[in-house]
Design a protein. Structure first.
Lengths: 303, 274
């Protein structure tokens, strides 16, 4: 039995195709990207020289200039992340808390809130394009308020905000579902005990429910942070071509319109580092405090 | 006391209903304008039901805007991707989590790390790797499969470790080889897990735009790229555009309506992917 389960040949048959395929299509290209990001410019033809310039592309990326505003793009994506964290998530949490009280129609609400999540972001974007171009002006007309110049999607002060709203709207249902599931899995005796002790709903939420669903909140946070950094679909469709105001857009334009492959690779790598950095930050914030303390205690006992 | 409680409940219900309407309204609006003609929209009937139900918008989008071709492409790409992620995902999950060998944890970590890395990072080198395949379905199916293998393994791994080892022992005593055990005994038990993963991957692949923009040309364009390009050409024909959007949404929406519980379960399981 043991021999069968540790037969080298069968292990290779099961695992090796996937590992090789995954390495060839995912891992090697990532390392190649990193290597390219350290070159002066990738040769267009065989024989052209391309120099190894270390981190010059990264330095160039963060030197603000007339034609380069990558720092601005990063800042915009951070603003998006902040909007998700401070507007979308609290709003979703509130909806989830209300739903988890067993209010009438809870499963209907949950199911409907989730509908936008399964729809392609391309469809969502094109739909919101119509909303911004036809519906919003009509509403403004009706209320007799002046629209921003050129409309929300073309006005330089409003367009970034207008582009992010569909995204915020679409994923509320996802967060509600995740948080609702976590809230429902809190043991009922904990909630009952608190109710018997006379805890009010807000106090119950703040002191019992929210602390108990921390692991799920971490999943939601990382989902929305990484989502904001990688965001491509909605702005790609709603903004004018060649817009470089977000990291993924900037990378795409530099890569496929301006053919600056090394420079674009540096931007791609930056997006990866940004995602990894924030994942690590979340791991640090949500580290298992009790685990650390009990380990400290044990150490103290040992000493 | 009792009265105060019911006021709170009413406020909550109103709040929920408002968000419910906000979720449904864009979809209602889309359905309506897919059945109107441009003139009706401009003459003031923005949010009402269409006065004449113009089903011709649908045949228009289906035939002259090539939506049928894009739909078939999306179906082909998604189906083949799902076949390979399920097969490779199951096989490697079995080898990584049921069999016993040194370094299995390290290999598992190696594959899981791939999940944290956004596809953006591999984009340019992949255009070099896949250059010979450009213009075929494989140019999209290969990266879709590779990037969705980690999450498939992760979802299957949650189920596969719960099966008692007695299964393999009994099969072994009865003289069944490892491959037969894996594919005829363990695989049927893994169908729910594989389905959970497959639904998640289906939604990812069906709705994907970035890779599809880069790796498809001409005749192999998928729905997302197709309708995005159509939106430029059909700017004045709102009805056909709306019809195309409805057609593109229908498969996912029907799937969700038929098995909303299962779809929600899949997306909860896949949420860690980010």
């Amino acid at each position: 039995m043991k021999r069968v389960l540790s037969n080298k040949w069968s292990i290779a048959v099961f695992v090796l195709p996937t590992v090789l395929f995954f390495t060839y299509i995912v891992i090697i290209p990532i390392f190649k990207s990193f290597y390219y990001s350290l070159l002066s410019e990738i040769p267009a033809k065989v024989g052209d020289a391309s120099e190894f310039v270390w981190f010059e592309n990264y330095i160039k990326m963060f030197t603000p200039g007339r034609r380069n505003d990558f720092p601005g793009a990063v800042l915009n994506s951070l603003t998006y992340a902040a909007l998700s964290v401070f507007v979308q998530l609290p709003f979703s949490l509130l909806l989830a808390l209300i739903l988890s009280t067993g209010i009438k129609g809870e499963s209907t609400y949950r199911n409907v809130f989730f509908i936008p999540v399964v729809i392609s972001s391309v469809v969502i974007s094109l739909l919101w394009q119509r909303i911004y171009k036809d519906l919003v002006p009509a509403i403004y007309d009706l209320l007799n308020i002046a629209l921003p110049k050129n409309g929300f999607l073309a006005n330089k002060d409003t367009k970034l905000m207008a582009v992010y709203i569909p995204n915020l709207w679409q994923f509320v249902g996802y967060h509600v579902l995740l948080m609702y599931g976590a809230l429902k899995s809190i043991p009922t005796d904990v909630i009952e005990a608190a109710t018997v002790d006379g805890a009010s709903a807000p106090r119950m939420a703040l002191q019992i429910q929210i602390p108990m669903i921390k692991p799920m909140l971490k999943v939601c946070l990382s989902f929305s942070l990484i989502g904001s950094f990688k965001l491509f679909d909605t702005p790609w469709i709603l903004l004018e071509r060649a817009n470089k105001q977000l990291p993924a857009l900037s990378m795409y334009v530099e890569m496929f319109s301006n053919h600056k492959y090394s420079y674009a690779s540096a931007q791609a790598m930056f997006i990866v580092f940004e995602c990894l950095a924030f994942t690590m930050l979340l791991n640090f914030i949500f580290r298992d405090r009790e685990g650390i303390e009990s380990r400290k205690g044990r150490r103290r006992l040992a000493a | 006391m009792k009265k105060k409680l019911s006021i709170g409940k009413i406020v909550c219900q109103v709040f929920l209903i408002l968000w419910l309407l906000l979720c449904l309204f864009p979809l209602y609006w889309l359905l309506c304008f897919s059945l109107k003609d441009t003139q009706e929209i401009f003459s003031g009937n923005l949010i009402g039901l269409p006065t004449q139900w113009l089903w011709s918008n649908y045949s228009n989008a289906w035939n002259s805007a090539n939506i049928s071709l894009f739909l078939i492409n999306s179906v082909i790409d998604t189906a083949i991707t799902l076949f390979f992620t399920s097969l490779l995902g199951f096989m490697s999950a079995y080898g990584l989590l049921r069999m016993r060998w040194r370094g299995q944890k390290a290999v598992m970590t190696y594959i899981m790390m791939g999940m944290m890395i956004p596809m953006h990072a591999a984009l340019y080198p992949l255009t070099e790797t896949l250059l010979p395949l450009m213009g075929t379905h494989a140019a999209l199916i290969i990266p879709y499969t590779a990037f969705n293998i980690p999450i498939t393994i992760l979802i299957i791994s949650g189920f596969i470790t719960n099966i008692p080892y007695e299964m393999e022992e009994a099969a072994c005593i009865d003289g069944s080889g490892i491959y037969r055990t894996a594919f005829t005994i363990i695989l049927p038990m893994m169908v729910p897990a594989i389905a959970t993963a497959a639904i998640f991957v289906f939604l990812q692949v069906w709705n994907e735009l970035l890779l599809a923009t880069v790796f498809t040309t001409g005749k192999v364009r998928t729905l997302t790229v197709g309708i995005q390009q159509m939106s430029g050409q059909y700017q004045t024909d709102y009805g056909s555009m709306g019809a195309a959007l409805v057609i593109a949404t229908l498969p996912t929406l029907v799937l969700y309506m038929c098995m909303s519980g299962q779809v929600q379960k899949s997306l909860i399981a896949g949420a860690v992917k980010g």
